[in-house]
Design a protein around this ligand. Structure first.
Ligand code: NAP
Length: 281
């Protein structure tokens, strides 16, 4: 909860501060961390996103190789690439971008990423370590939610936190991260009965569903801090979140916009994880 209402938690400032920190670390170390992003799709929005990671990396002094295997790539070829990059001492971070060709499981393949280089926390071992409270990279999106909460001074100890969504990429790792910080965590999903009754108990509410406008004013307690992870394409080629921004902004204590909220921080944390994997932090 915050004392004021309607604060917009913009991600761009947080992302810029993280990238500045990274650039400083890279300059003072004299080492160039290297991230390899493996991609196997013809999806234009995904390819654009991957190029945006490379651009952000360049700005922070991190080298980024886009390893494009094309939309016809098969599981064995992707696995061999992940193994090769994991064994390459010149590569510090390895990420497998989804979507993958039909029938290819990202979770199965991510097991081939060395956990020490698993900067997007995709290897099931990373999630297991996270759940066990052992050092591991969290998925960058889950880490981005935590970074936004921390940068804005949101108290988590003892807070009632509700996460809507239980994917291995966002909801589950985030629940563990919040639990580690002593929040009392409830996780909701598609079978949750009376979603609004649960979410409206939250002091910190995170929506990670993929349904435009699912969270309305009735889902939000007055003064709650609301983080919108959802990215849903709009008819005009833009993006919108899971939270009905206009309905919620006047009721929430703080709310992240989409775009410009969690997204830019996610990219910045991918780079910070790469810097950590390179031994700079
Ligand atoms: N900004 C970023 O950096 C970033 C990164 C990753 C993902 N995202 C976005 O975040 C959203 C979630 O991604 P994801 O990969 O976690 O999606 P996902 O794997 O499809 O998981 C969606 C979750 O939402 C739950 N759900 C679906 N309908 C619901 C409903 N009506 N009420 C309550 N829960 C419901 C599902 O429940 P069940 O488990 O019961 O099916 C599932 O747990 C997407 O919009 C995605 O594009 C953003």
């Amino acid at each position: 909860m915050t004392d004021s209402l309607g604060v917009e938690l913009r991600g761009r400032e947080t992302a810029a501060a993280i990238k500045e920190e990274i650039a400083g670390l890279v300059r003072s170390s004299g080492t160039t961390p290297r991230l390899a992003v493996v991609v196997a799709t013809g999806d234009e929005a995904t390819l654009w996103y991957v190029r945006s990671i490379a651009k952000a990396a360049a700005g922070a002094g991190v080298a980024c190789d886009i390893v494009d295997l094309g939309p016809a790539a098969q599981a064995e070829g992707i696995r061999a690439t992940l193994e090769r990059l994991s064994a390459d001492p010149g590569v510090h971070g390895v990420m497998l971008q989804t979507p993958l060709p039909e029938g290819v499981s990202a979770q199965e393949l991510a097991a081939s990423i060395d956990p020490a280089k698993d900067v997007d926390g995709a290897n099931p071992l990373s999630l297991g370590r996270l759940a066990a409270g052992l050092p591991a990279f969290a998925p960058a999106t889950a880490a981005a939610v935590m970074a936004l909460l921390d940068r804005h001074g949101v108290t988590l100890k003892g807070a009632r936190a509700v996460v809507v969504g239980r994917s291995t990429v966002v909801g589950k790792p985030l629940a563990h991260l919040l639990l580690d910080r002593h929040a009392t965590v409830t996780v909701c999903h598609s079978r949750t009965r009376d979603l609004a009754a649960v979410t409206s108990t939250a002091e910190v509410l995170v929506a990670a569903v993929g349904r435009a406008g699912l969270i309305g004013a009735e889902h939000v307690a007055p003064g709650a801090v609301v983080i919108d992870v959802g990215t849903n394409p709009t008819a005009d080629g833009g993006l919108t979140g899971d939270v009905d921004f206009d309905a919620v902004i006047g009721r929430a204590g703080a709310l992240t916009p989409v775009p410009g909220g969690v997204g830019p921080v996610t990219t910045a944390l991918l780079l910070r994880h790469t810097v950590t994997a390179a031994g700079l932090t």
